[in-house]
Design a protein around this ligand. Structure first.
Ligand code: SAM
Length: 253
């Protein structure tokens, strides 16, 4: 252990991730606000604006968790496009997280009009999803938790329609050394402490910090996306908040 930094053998990662998210599910939304000082809302809003979905779009939101992306997508379709035919299907490996997501939509117009669905499943093997069936695929703060990110991207390619778009929102590498030092302090001291104080679960939040460190940096991940068959525009990603997070995107042509 070094600053709470632990290494997890690959074969144990899936089980560990399951436990982490079962443990954080009920505090997840509060913790997101606390750890990011509310900034995750801005990142997610920007992510949807960048998607600029067309009316009627079918979205597959993988690692959808408590439903932040699904909800923003449906709000965008209602408010910006005046569209009430688009749908979103959420997939998450963790039933506890997905249940928190379902709770959010109970009794909503969206649920009444069958515009939202939920399936427990692994991003690496979406065998319940047909080939070429979605217009947009999103994965927000989820792919770094997967054991084989390249399999996730390959599955995304399979399930998207020709012309469909893959979009990933994920923590990435801070580009400025000064800011990187501050970010490290936040990661190694503030986040585990908040986990301890708010969620009474320091370990899970240590894992989250570690998973961010281990995920490939911007350019390397963009290459993984191209290797799966996607076409990227320019370098294939946009940094936000100095690279704390990045949006990667690719088209299936
Ligand atoms: N997308 C949501 C958001 O932005 O708030 C939730 C993000 S949360 C940090 C990560 C989610 O990924 C958790 O709900 C977790 O259960 C899910 N997850 C982890 N590994 C997964 C996998 N292999 N397949 C599908 N979901 C996975």
């Amino acid at each position: 252990t070094h600053f709470g930094y632990k290494t997890v053998p690959e074969e144990m990662k899936e089980a560990l991730v399951r436990n982490v998210f079962s443990s954080v599910a009920s505090n997840y939304d509060v913790m997101n606000d606390a750890m990011s000082m509310g900034i995750h809302r801005i990142w997610k809003d920007h992510f949807i604006r960048k998607m600029a979905p067309t009316p009627g779009a079918k979205l597959l939101d993988v690692a959808g968790g408590t439903g932040d992306i699904a909800q923003r997508f449906l709000e965008y379709q209602d408010n910006i496009n005046g569209d009430s035919s688009s749908t979103v299907h959420m997939v998450d490996i963790n039933p506890d997280m997905l249940r928190e997501g379902e709770r959010r939509f109970v009794g909503s117009e969206w649920q009444q009009h069958n515009r939202i669905g939920f399936t427990v499943g692994n991003a690496e093997k979406l065998d319940f999803v047909e080939d070429n069936s979605f217009d947009v695929y999103t994965i927000a703060f989820g792919i770094r938790n997967c054991t084989h990110p390249e399999k996730v991207v390959q599955e995304a390619f399979r399930v998207l329609k020709p012309g469909g778009r893959f979009m990933c929102l994920e923590f990435s590498r801070v580009d400025n050394p000064m800011l990187a030092a501050i970010y490290d302090l936040h990661s190694f001291y503030v986040i585990p402490k908040l986990g301890e104080l708010i969620a009474n679960d320091r370990e899970s939040y240590e894992y989250l910090v570690e998973s961010i460190r281990k995920f490939p940096p911007q350019d390397k991940f963009a290459q993984i996306i191209r290797d799966a068959g996607f076409t990227t525009i320019g370098k294939g990603y946009e940094n936000m908040t100095f690279g704390t997070v990045a949006i990667h995107s690719g088209y299936k042509f």
